[in-house]
Design a protein around this ligand. Structure first.
Ligand SMILES: Nc1ncnc2c1ncn2[C@@H]1O[C@H](COP(=O)(O)OP(=O)(O)OP(=O)(O)O)[C@@H](O)[C@H]1O
Ligand SMILES: [Mg+2]
Length: 286
């Protein structure tokens, strides 16, 4: 399959401050792509540029072959987005929000009602449909926003931290939806701070820092790139991490650590990769 999203030299600044710094990225049709990065790295800004929710300074973006600047309407038609900050119209009910979203995408009434019924049922939203947005808790608003974004069957779905603030049931439901959409051929771009979510779901992961992609590969190959075997131990009251290509090398290193120190040898995970590459803990300081 070809690349459905092509981003070339994307630059976005806010008041002279660079949020996205000549970012290049190609996302393949049908893939489930994960975006990881520290707070403020530029993930949301990049997603907002591609999803036409904000303009950008320079560079080019094409979606399904349509240039965002020359053919915005065609590009928009192909995308659905669940924003980090849920953007439902507070003056409307949940159902009215869904209807207005469907009208924006020129969906027929029968198809619209059927999709609203199907997705509301799936997310357990029926009893909330006729309530004003603000009477719902954050997690339920998020579920409603997810339904809105999926209503018009977009070819590409952006999910910017879709599961933050969701309870465990809703998170699992969302994972199921994501897997189902992925199996059906939808391209999904998922931003998350939950490493296990990226590991469980994503075909490829891009790590973004300071507005640039600093690593991009399958979760497994990213782990291999720092060393597939991790040694974790305490030294000077701090947890230290060392990575090795083989278990033998890791064992040899562990054997040289002072006796009496707790040593764990385990497989490297994406969290290790993240910390190694960005030097910050996941979901670090806001
Ligand atoms: N509307 C805005 N006005 C001014 N600066 C902004 C705006 N939106 C984002 N920024 C800045 O752009 C940079 C990138 O922010 P962005 O929201 O894209 O990061 P992020 O990777 O999504 O972070 P998080 O993990 O916290 O969601 C940050 O320095 C942020 O302060
Ligand atoms: Mg963000």
């Amino acid at each position: 399959m070809g690349d459905i999203i092509v981003i070339e030299d994307l630059v976005k600044t806010f008041d002279g401050k660079t949020a996205v710094d000549r970012l290049n990225l190609r996302i393949r049709e049908g893939e489930l792509f994960g975006f990881l990065g520290p707070n403020g790295a530029g993930k949301t800004t990049t997603v907002r540029c591609v999803a036409t929710l904000t303009n950008f300074d320079s560079g080019t973006i094409t979606v399904d072959g349509y240039d965002l600047v020359k053919n915005p309407r065609e590009a928009k038609e192909r995308m659905g987005v669940i924003q980090q900050q849920v953007s439902l119209d507070k003056d409307l009910t949940i159902r009215e929000n869904m209807i207005s979203h469907a009208m924006y995408h020129m969906m027929g009434r029968a198809e619209r009602d059927e999709k609203i019924r199907e997705l509301s049922d799936f997310f357990g939203l029926e009893e909330y449909l006729d309530r004003p947005v603000d009477s719902l808790s954050g997690g339920w608003k998020k579920r409603a926003a997810i339904v809105c974004a999926m209503l018009h069957n977009p070819k590409v779905l952006f999910l910017d931290e879709p599961t933050s603030g969701l309870d465990i049931n809703a998170r699992r439901l969302l994972w199921d939806v994501v897997r189902r959409l992925h199996a059906g051929g939808t391209t999904i771009v998922l931003t998350t701070h939950y490493i296990e979510e990226a590991e469980a779901l994503c075909d490829r992961v891009g790590i973004i820092d300071h507005g640039r992609i600093i690593a991009l590969d399958t979760p497994q190959r990213l782990c291999e790139s720092v060393g597939s075997v991790a040694v974790e131990y305490m030294e000077d009251a701090r947890t230290r991490y060392r990575y090795f290509g083989t278990r033998e090398e890791a064992n040899a290193f562990a054997a040289g650590i002072n006796t009496g120190v707790d040593v764990t040898i385990r497989r490297t995970n994406l969290e290790d990769v993240f910390v190694e590459l960005t030097g910050k803990s996941v979901g670090g300081q806001k």
